[in-house]
Design a protein around this ligand. Structure first.
Ligand SMILES: *[C@@H]1O[C@H](CO)[C@@H](O)[C@H](O)[C@H]1NC(C)=O
Length: 365
């Protein structure tokens, strides 16, 4: 498409959004707050909302100065939530537990994909699967292949949750048992480097890549159970991997081409998939299907694709489109009980760009 045409199109879309957004053009705090927190409390002021936020998420600040600074950040995030709502009308955006963080604090503490723009050419490519008999709705949670939502805390270790989540599913398919696996083992022990990007190595709370994690697991022999090697969310601890306590091992892993039908076919056949995404809209996400008009494809967060759906989502501007169901690692008090829904169809936020599937070997434990 002619880039000038895209720009015109985007401007038109934005203009229409502004037209149909009842609060745009009137930037009063009251309208904004009504929109982000729902009706019925329009008389409350930002101070009151900040109090509710602090109580709900158990926030306390070390000094008055810190408190006042966080209040300013909170107010700025209310405005961001409003902008996200206008750009992403099929989702609900508003106050989340990340509402007192600046976008860069959020990126540093809660994401953790070592950004790479190109398709990983180094890894094995998944064989092309038939796509004609795919179910219209599918969710690995219904099969008992997904562990409860975990919480990475303020550590950029999303990549380890994404990788263990995929292996938990693969191991379930190989052994019939769902075993929660240790992210901390990857945080402490995995220093595997990306063969294509020199200097880009898995580094605990400072980020990593799911494919590198699979490579590490393949080389080291496997991953221990979550209970045997519990998550601490801290960096720089010595590796406590015990080979005699391996609970799941990687047989092989491969990358899936940028094709949504292939992604769906691999998901259904091989279990939950490790995917990367741009998480900018996730800081303010509360629920429903996210489908922003504009979203960067710079990948900065690792998550787990567990299913897809087609119902319950009828945007005005598009005909009904299916969505991906994504397990996140920010606890159950984020998003839809820890989950995120994002529309399928046009690689929104780069969700189709870096998708990996893993196969597990059967272990005796
Ligand atoms: C990966 O491993 C699984 C399980 O051992 C096996 O069935 C499958 O054929 C392997 N795939 C590739 C591409 O080697």
């Amino acid at each position: 498409m002619d880039p000038r045409f895209s720009l015109v199109l985007i401007s038109l879309v934005l203009a229409f959004t502004a037209l149909f957004d009842p609060s745009s053009g009137d930037d009063s705090e009251e309208l904004l707050i009504r929109q982000v927190v729902g009706d019925g409390d329009a008389l409350l002021n930002p101070h009151h909302h900040f109090s509710l936020f602090k109580r709900r998420f158990g926030k306390s600040y070390s000094s008055q100065e810190e408190h006042d600074y966080r209040f300013e950040v909170f107010k700025a995030n209310l405005h961001r939530a409003k902008r996200h709502q206008a750009l992403d009308p099929t989702a609900t955006h508003g106050v989340t537990k990340f509402s007192d963080l600046t976008p860069s604090e959020f990126r540093k503490k809660f994401l953790g994909i070592r950004s790479r723009l190109h398709f990983p050419a180094d890894a094995n490519k998944a064989p092309i699967l038939p796509t004609n008999n795919l179910p219209t709705d599918f969710d690995w949670r219904d099969q008992g292949a997904v562990t409860p939502v975990k919480n990475q805390g303020s550590c950029g270790s999303c990549w380890s949750f994404s990788a263990t989540g995929a292996l938990e599913g693969a191991n379930f398919l190989a052994t019939g048992k769902l075993v929660s696996l240790s992210e901390q083992q990857l945080v402490d022990c995995d220093h595997e480097c990306d063969p294509e990007e020199p200097g880009s190595c898995d580094s605990g709370c400072n980020g990593g890549l799911m494919n590198s994690a699979f490579e590490y697991i393949l080389k080291t022999g496997g991953v221990m159970r979550e209970e045997e090697y519990p998550y601490t969310g801290t960096d720089g601890e010595t590796c406590k991997f015990d080979k005699s306590k391996i609970a799941a091992s990687v047989a092989n892993f491969s990358v899936i081409s940028l094709n949504e039908d292939q992604i769906a076919a691999n998901l259904v056949k091989n279990g939950p998939l490790a995917v990367a995404i741009n998480a900018v809209f996730m800081q303010t996400y509360i629920g429903r299907v996210s489908c922003p008009y504009i979203c960067s494809r710079r990948l900065d967060h690792g998550v787990l694709l567990v299913g897809y759906g087609s119902a319950g989502y009828a945007p005005v501007r598009l005909k009904e489109k299916p969505y991906w169901i994504i397990k996140n690692s920010w606890g159950e008090n984020w998003g839809e009980n820890g989950y995120y829904k994002i529309c399928r169809g046009r690689n929104v936020c780069g969700v189709d760009s870096m998708v990996s599937t893993v196969a597990a070997v059967q272990t005796s434990s």
